[in-house]
Design a protein around this ligand. Structure first.
Ligand code: CIR
Length: 253
């Protein structure tokens, strides 16, 4: 049974970091209700959900994905690109040490888990406002013993690499080609988002199902046509904090 680590939405979510979006009011009650729906979707797929307690003074702490990268052989504890988010990592590391050997990314390297796309033994790291080449280098040095190749890829127009591309099956990527170059992912198949839904490239694959926001009906239709099984959730409240569905959990298979 996969384990999904989540964290209750912080009461200070309105003070979240924002990079590409204008600040709009985030309703805590709605955000928590939708987050609960997301946790229910994880359970529906068959995950055991470990829901960590709220961190009231850390606005972005619901986005646990950014604090770690889970591999079969180890968990990498990140050094988040936004200084305000660095205090989020310790409590996640404390939980993860029960499941994996920990590897820590250290300054000047910075990286957010949202920038990391794992496709088999290849790890793509988005070179974004949050993640840098030093992080790619540290990851490559730590992970070569496990046979991983770590490559940095340019990403533009969005916060993280996984805002632009996510995995929908072993050999298929859901992608917004305006934000990341398809040619970087040689040998993969692609499903392109509908152009009118630029934020539609983020889905969370667990087993053979994708947790996917209700907000992108045109892309959802395309995914279904391609045989992708969707578990739909309301995710528009946390989307105002620049968070998508992968951001809200860490999955241990
Ligand atoms: C931030 O800017 O760090 C948060 N407001 C949003 C983080 C979203 N995380 C993700 O895409 N992995």
């Amino acid at each position: 049974m996969p384990i999904a680590i989540t964290r209750t939405v912080s009461r200070s979510i309105v003070k979240c970091e924002l990079t590409h979006l204008e600040r709009t009011f985030i309703d805590l009650e709605i955000a928590r209700k939708q987050h609960k729906q997301y946790e229910d979707a994880l359970k529906f797929i068959g995950c055991e959900v470990i829901s960590l307690p709220e961190l009231p003074i850390l606005p972005d702490s619901v986005f646990v994905e950014d604090t770690a990268i889970i591999l079969d052989e180890a968990a990498i504890i990140t050094n988040p690109g936004a200084v305000s988010r660095r205090p989020e990592i310790d409590s996640v590391a404390e939980v993860l040490q029960n499941y994996r050997q920990l590897i820590r990314i250290k300054s000047p390297a910075t990286i957010d888990g949202g920038d990391v796309l794992v496709v088999g033994k290849k790890i793509y790291v988005g070179l974004s406002s949050r993640s840098n080449r030093e992080a790619v280098e540290q990851m490559q040095n730590s992970l070569k013993e496990f046979g991983y190749q770590v490559v940095g890829v340019e990403v533009t127009g969005c916060l993280h690499l996984k805002s632009a591309v996510t995995v929908v099956s072993a050999d298929t990527l859901l992608i917004n080609p305006k934000w990341v170059d398809k040619n970087l992912f040689a040998g993969m198949n692609f499903i392109e988002i509908d152009e009118s839904e630029p934020f539609a490239a983020n889905g969370l694959l667990i087993d053979d199902k994708i947790i996917y926001p209700n907000d992108f009906p045109k892309t959802a239709k395309k995914l279904k046509k391609n045989g992708v099984k969707l578990v739909l959730v309301d995710a528009d409240e946390l989307a105002k904090a620049e968070g998508a569905v992968t951001c809200c959990s860490l999955i241990l298979d």
